[in-house]
Ligand binder design. Structure first.
Ligand code: C2E
Ligand code: MG
Ligand code: MG
Length: 666
């Protein structure tokens, strides 16, 4: 529509001046100027009537004998005209009708004055006075803003009346009549011409204004479209990160200035990489679009906005009153995606549909930085994932994992190697048959700057979250090779590795380099993968494990029985050793526990070469495990983790078997 109008205007500007404008432009002009025209005519008529009535004075001065009639006539015409004018306006008559009414009023004023003054005895005055007919004509053509046809019709009639009365009025000389007639005709021609020009000018001004308006609208539209584009995620149509950041800043300001609370919820599609790997990127995109739409609908009942924050991560920013409302929103989000039931058959966690994990954080008294609330939501999301995904987690400042302490540890981890705050201790592993220390497990230790130790259960998850584990893990492998293996202090050393390390491209190559540099053969190094850690056995990890195995590196399964994936991992990977979690051993003081342990052992016997039991703390436990034909034992009873200087692979004196026999547990 805009383009069509702009083209019409352009064509009209270029066409012949006398050529009529297209009908649509004309009618637009009429409709747009309608109310203004009525106003102008109304004002004009009120002023004209006032002037007309004022001229009563000249009647009294020059036409004294008929002044009573002319003045009465003036008032009658004036009052009737104004009444009719106001009435038509009230009845919402068209501007054309109002104009015709005003033109008729002017004509009537002229005619009534002529008729009431016609019989005056002041013939000379009256004949001079007739020159005022021209004034009526001027007013019709110039004073009002009548459209040309109305003005022309009215002024032609005025001219006709003027000329007619001029010739009908006897007392005047012919020459006087001729001159006055010529004056009247000239007046008619000039004023009509000026009216025509004025009307054209008005139309041109309208066209110019319309063109400017169209251009302005077009550029505003273009601006808006550009803004929309720069704020929209092309795949999902949601707001993109840029728009989200802006929204966050606005919310933050509102919180700082007016205390209006808000929550940030990070929503991450679970196992999305697997989804992409399995179904292909196109399907992956479709999945994200569908989830985005579902999330958008899910939050529609809240005062919230959603955007795509990156990859498979969405962000919801919501105005909320309290934690309960945040929890409710987070649950709604999680449930809505579950209810979509989009198939995802490659998860390996027993669920076969697409789900999301949600981490949320709410503004609190001490929130001093916008980044902090995002960071908190991110940490909550991490915990939600670590808790098994498909769930929500609200940031809890009292949670030790979320405390400032963990921030502190994250900072320490960055400088740990350089400041020698990290070290390794070695725990011996005894071969049951040989009775000697055949291996050792390397365990990482961290101390704070003041020397206070930090438990691996605390710092390892932080190192994994921050990525520090990559560097620390590489350092651990090298240290093990240099400190123990290269010096032949023990035959095999196992090092715990995180899934993050295994996923890292080039991990196997870096191990190969360390082995080559230190001259250690691959078979003397073992990597422990913890079954308790919920780990996606994706193709990257499997490839890495296969590369490591090709170098001879042993792969051990740690903490067997604590996670849900153990059995499926046993199918996928040929583990050199499986370490049964110490909790099973500790349950062996009851019959049920012992049966369980025996079941686990017989299950593993067919699948793996070596079985190791962790957490052997007493002679009784050791004796029992020996009886169960376990291959390797590890635990405080065998030896506590010690620094390399104290580590000795000398066979610890094998405990007397007496304890075994006397044990009442069997
Ligand atoms: P894990 O690999 O299962 O290591 C065994 C843990 O059990 C060690 O705790 C060890 O000190 C403890 N332990 C050994 N014998 C006994 C016993 O007889 N009784 C009891 N109650 N505990 C015993 P630690 O050193 O605190 O390590 C905890 C976990 O931290 C490890 O469990 C491992 O998952 C992780 N970790 C330790 N070092 C590293 C590392 O270098 N890299 C990675 N990725 N993880 C590590
Ligand atoms: Mg271990
Ligand atoms: Mg273990």
């Amino acid at each position: 529509m805009t383009h069509v109008l702009a083209d019409m205007i352009e064509t009209d500007f270029r066409s012949e001046p006398m050529k009529p404008a297209p009908e649509s432009l004309r009618s637009l002009y009429d409709s747009e100027s309608e109310s203004k025209r009525k106003q102008v005519t109304r004002h004009g008529l009120w002023i004209a009537v006032a002037a007309y009535l004022l001229y009563s004075l000249t009647d009294v001065l020059f036409l004294r004998d008929v002044a009573a009639q002319t003045v009465a006539g003036r008032f009658a015409v004036g009052i009737v005209s104004l009444c009719l004018l106001e009435l038509t306006l009230r009845l919402r008559a068209s501007a054309n009708l109002v104009d015709v009414l005003a033109a008729t009023a002017v004509l009537s004023g002229y005619v009534v004055w002529l008729l009431t003054g016609w019989n005056t005895a002041e013939t000379a005055s009256f004949s001079y006075y007739m020159v005022f007919g021209a004034i009526f004509m001027m007013s019709l053509n110039l004073f009002f803003s009548f459209r040309f046809p109305v003005a022309l019709a009215a002024s032609t009639t005025t001219m006709a009346i003027f000329l007619g009365s001029l010739y009908a009025y006897m007392p005047m000389d012919l020459i006087y009549k001729l001159i006055l007639g010529a004056f009247c005709i000239s007046c008619f021609v000039f004023t009509s011409y000026v009216n025509l020009q004025l009307n054209r000018e008005r139309f041109k001004v309208f066209l110019n204004a319309l063109e400017a308006r169209l251009q302005q609208n077009a550029s505003e539209e273009r601006g808006k479209a550009l803004l929309r584009l720069s704020n929209t995620d092309p795949l999902t149509g949601l707001e993109n990160r840029r728009a989200v950041d802006q929204r966050l800043r606005t919310r933050w300001q509102d919180w700082q200035e007016n205390g209006v609370m808000f929550a940030v919820l990070l929503v991450d599609v679970d196992f999305f990489k697997r989804y992409n790997d399995c179904y292909g990127h196109q399907e992956g995109d479709r999945c994200l679009t569908t989830v985005a739409k579902g999330l958008y609908d899910a939050i529609s009942h809240y005062d919230a906005a959603i955007g795509r924050y990156g990859g498979e991560e969405f962000i919801v920013i919501a105005r909320v009153e309290d934690q309960k409302e945040v929890a409710d929103l987070a649950e709604t989000i999680c449930r809505s995606v579950r209810e979509m039931a989009l198939p995802h058959g490659q998860r390996r966690d027993g669920i076969s549909i697409v789900t999301v994990s949600v981490g949320a954080s709410l503004t609190r008294g001490q929130s001093v930085k916008l980044e902090k609330i995002i960071h908190e939501a991110d940490r909550a999301l991490y915990t939600a994932k670590a808790n098994g995904r498909n769930g929500v987690k609200l940031f809890d400042p009292d949670d030790p994992q979320s405390s400032d302490e963990s921030e502190h540890i994250a900072a320490i981890l960055k400088i740990a190697l350089e400041q020698k705050l990290v070290s390794l201790v070695y725990q011996p592993i005894r071969g049951v048959q040989s009775g000697t220390i055949e291996a050792a497990e390397a365990l990482m230790r961290l101390k704070m700057l003041d020397g206070a130790p930090v438990s691996p259960a605390v710092f390892i998850p932080i190192a994994e979250r921050t990525g520090a584990i990559i560097e620390l893990g590489r350092w651990a492998i090298r240290t093990v090779c240099v400190d123990l293996l290269a010096k032949d202090l023990v035959q095999v050393v196992s090092v715990n590795v995180s899934p993050i390390q295994l996923k890292m491209p080039g991990f196997a190559a870096s191990v190969a380099l360390i082995l080559a540099e230190t001259g250690v053969s691959g078979g003397r190094l073992a990597f422990e993968i913890t079954e308790g850690v919920e780990m996606e056995m994706n193709s990257d990890i499997l490839r890495c494990i296969s590369d490591l195995k090709k170098m001879g590196v042993q792969i051990w399964l740690d903490d067997f029985g604590t996670g849900f994936a153990g059995l499926s991992w046993l199918r996928l990977i040929d583990f050199d050793t499986v370490k049964i979690d110490r909790s099973f051993l500790h349950d062996c003081d009851q019959k049920r526990g012992r049966t369980m342990m025996q079941d686990i052992i017989s299950l593993l016997r067919n699948r793996t070469r070596t079985i190791l039991v962790e957490g052997v703390e007493t002679g009784d436990q050791q004796a029992l495990m020996e009886e169960y034909k376990i291959d390797h034992l590890q635990g405080y009873h065998v030896g506590r983790p010690v620094p390399v200087e104290q580590f000795t692979a000398e066979p610890k004196k094998v405990e007397a078997v007496a304890g075994r026999k006397s044990s009442a547990r069997r």
